[in-house]
Design a protein around this ligand. Sequence first.
Ligand code: SF4
Length: 62
Amino acid sequence: MKAVVDPDRCQGHARCWEISPEVFTLDAEGHAHPLTEEVPTDLTPAAHRAQRNCPERAITLT
Ligand code: SF4
């Protein structure tokens, strides 16, 4: 599974990082990025939790 953050939607709330620091990191402006291109299987529940809690619906999991 891949995690993608839409830079046009991400507003830097950092909720995804607070919920799933193993999946997402923040840049200097506080915008989120996936830590790795491929989300390890054991972290998919954390990635889904972050997606559900993103107020901007900026996270896509494929
Ligand atoms: S929760 Fe959503 S809007 Fe906030 S930093 Fe993460 S991806 Fe961006």
